[in-house]
Design a protein around this ligand. Structure first.
Ligand code: FES
Length: 179
């Protein structure tokens, strides 16, 4: 598959931010653009990133396989990533995860028949104080409950996404003061 012109233009914008001899610093932003544009990092796109940045295949592969937010294989329109680490488990994450599996009729690693949702379980997503939490594509959702999860799924199906959670006001709560 040919690399879309829009993606090439985005690459120019990203690489413009870095000195000529530091182009590899644009690797992660460029990979994010690739998956936003193509849905996942295809083998062709991976080769194009190698060529564009002047890095090695291994440089790119190690980043793609290390970070769980990188989509190394095709997935649904909405990639739901559930944190399965300790803080989220202690605040009810397992119950929420079971609920979403039941609601969508899929298990982790699977995609719904309509191609809308893929479910994945990952390690800590960095929002341990506000668990249970999940990512949907790049949006964070904190302090999940069954009701909140139902609202989020319904919103996506209806094309009216529930806005992602902003951690800043929560930081104020943790510190005991409003921010
Ligand atoms: S344990 Fe769930 S975000 Fe850290």
């Amino acid at each position: 598959m040919a690399i879309p012109e829009t993606l090439k233009k985005k690459a120019e914008e990203i690489l413009f931010r870095y000195p000529e001899d530091r182009r590899r610093s644009g690797l992660i932003p460029l990979l994010f653009e690739v998956q936003r544009e193509l849905g996942w990092i295809t083998p062709e796109a991976e080769s194009w990133v190698v060529e564009t940045l002047g890095v090695t295949d291994v440089n790119v592969r190690e980043v793609i396989t290390f970070y769980s937010m990188m989509r190394a294989e095709p997935s649904g329109k909405y990639l739901i990533q559930f944190c399965q680490n300790i803080s989220c488990c202690l605040t009810g994450g397992e119950e929420i995860q079971k609920h979403v599996e039941h609601k969508l009729g899929i298990h982790p690693g699977e995609t719904t028949k309509d191609g809308l949702f893929t479910l994945k379980c990952v390690e800590c997503l960095g929002g341990c104080s506000w668990g249970p939490m999940m990512l949907i594509n790049e949006d964070q959702y904190f302090q999940l409950t069954v009701e909140k999860l139902d609202r989020i799924i319904h919103g996506l199906k209806a094309g009216e996404p529930v806005p992602a959670d902003n951690p800043t006001p929560l930081l104020g709560n943790v510190a005991g003061e409003k921010v």
